[in-house]
Design a protein around this ligand. Structure first.
Ligand code: COA
Length: 375
């Protein structure tokens, strides 16, 4: 017997600290001045390139981002540090990712009127894992007191939607009753804050989504009508950090490629058509017209990118509220972005109305989740 999977609750953990574009640019420019002074001779000799200043106007115009939440701003804004400073945790305390994930997961359970005993599976789906093993998901499972099983998965920015497909398929097949898909994203720790091309891009957050059998829902829910995942290899978003680092020549050096790298222009140009086509084909397969989509909850990387996708999918400029952005406040939070938008802007959908979550990013990867509201 198969079951109908549904999203019955979401939860959001937002860090307390924020960094405005003004604070970010001030710190970056102080770092650039310091770098240029320290390397004056080599810059004059032409062996090192001087660092240009960043600009608030550029950041807002190019991305739509106004601020970001972070776990620690002190290190990021210190021109002599330029990365978050986190305290060492002992193996007996919860890891940071698990702590953030548990907060979001508890909120998702509360929103659905559920407790840990109702959950059979935890997936920790995120762009980076705090350690190799044991899986963060198993730690979240233990901290919440969940029976069953748990595992980590990583599809970069599409981790949440790919996780939702995995969980929804298991609910549909009957191997589990319900699953928590948890997305703790500490993007500030893999961002290169010393590179003006990307230093404004990311923020930290955690989201969680509870997926249950529709028949078990404790109130209003979103039926998962269908999911669609696609990948196509690209080096345009890449991070070379990994467990082979120590074994390679210069592997442990402070290397640019051990943090997030992207060719932003190419990503923009290649991903917009890929995503628009993906969404159009996905909904068409289910007999849903673009105009039947009450809402699009898109990946939150770039405002113009979302405007393009919305226009292409709907065949017209999206109405205000049809395609809510949260990136102005949160920046890009990788896999969590579309789930933040969904969790903040979905309650008002009426019975029978459709909406679609769509993530996209490194891989390349695209994941879409077609939903129908039941009140
Ligand atoms: N301040 C001032 N100028 C800056 C700057 C900064 N912080 N960063 C870059 N510039 C300069 C560049 O050096 C470049 O100068 P040039 O024309 O003299 O070479 C110019 O501004 C334009 O830079 P470019 O990188 O081409 O800007 P863009 O319009 O493509 O915007 C992104 C950059 C990253 C915002 C945009 O490409 C993007 O969002 N792409 C998609 C990213 C994405 O979705 N990634 C997924 C990540 S998971």
């Amino acid at each position: 017997m198969t079951h109908t999977p549904a999203i019955t609750g979401t939860g959001l953990f937002t860090p307390e600290q924020t960094i405005s574009n003004a604070e970010l640019v001030k710190a970056f420019n102080a770092y650039a001045d310091l770098f240029n002074a320290e390397n004056a001779e080599a810059i004059a000799a032409g062996t090192i390139e001087a660092k240009d200043h960043s600009s608030e106007e550029f950041i807002f115009k190019a991305s739509g981002i106004e601020q970001r939440y972070v776990i620690d701003k002190s290190g990021i804004l210190d021109p002599t540090v330029m990365h978050p400073l986190l305290r060492q945790r002992s193996d007996d305390e919860p890891s940071l990712m698990a702590e953030m994930g548990v907060d979001a997961a508890e909120k998702a359970l509360a929103a659905a009127g559920r407790t840990a005993s109702d959950v059979d599976l935890v997936i920790c789906a995120a762009s980076n894992m705090e350690r190799a093993y044991p899986a963060i998901a198993v730690e979240i499972q233990k901290l919440l007191g969940i029976q069953g099983f748990a595992f980590d998965m990583n599809v970069a920015c599409s981790s949440a939607t790919f996780g939702i497909q995995t969980a929804a398929d298991m609910v549909r097949a009957g191997s589990i009753r319900s699953a928590l898909v948890v997305n703790p994203e500490i993007c500030s720790a893999h961002l290169e804050w010393r590179d003006r091309d990307c230093h404004f891009i990311f923020g930290d957050v955690a989201t969680a989504t509870l997926i249950e059998r529709a028949e078990d829902a404790n109130g209003a829910y979103f039926e998962i009508k269908s999911t669609r995942c696609a990948t196509e290899f690209s080096n345009n978003i890449r991070n070379n950090n990994g467990f082979l680092r120590r074994s390679r020549p210069d592997g442990v050096k402070d290397r640019r490629d051990m943090q997030f790298m992207q060719n932003g222009r190419k990503v923009f140009k290649e991903v917009v058509p890929m995503v628009s086509e993906h969404i159009t084909n996905h909904i068409a397969e289910h007999g849903v017209q673009a105009n039947d989509l009450k809402r699009l909850w898109l990946h939150q990387a770039n405002k113009s990118m979302n405007d393009f996708i919305g226009r292409k999918v709907l065949g017209r400029a999206p109405e205000p509220g049809e395609q809510p952005n949260i990136l102005q406040d949160y920046a890009n939070t990788s896999s969590a972005g579309s789930i933040i938008a969904f969790s903040k802007y979905s309650d008002d959908l009426q019975d029978g109305e459709h909406g679609l979550i769509c993530s996209f990013g490194a891989g390349y990867s695209v994941g879409s989740v077609l939903l129908q509201r039941h009140v």
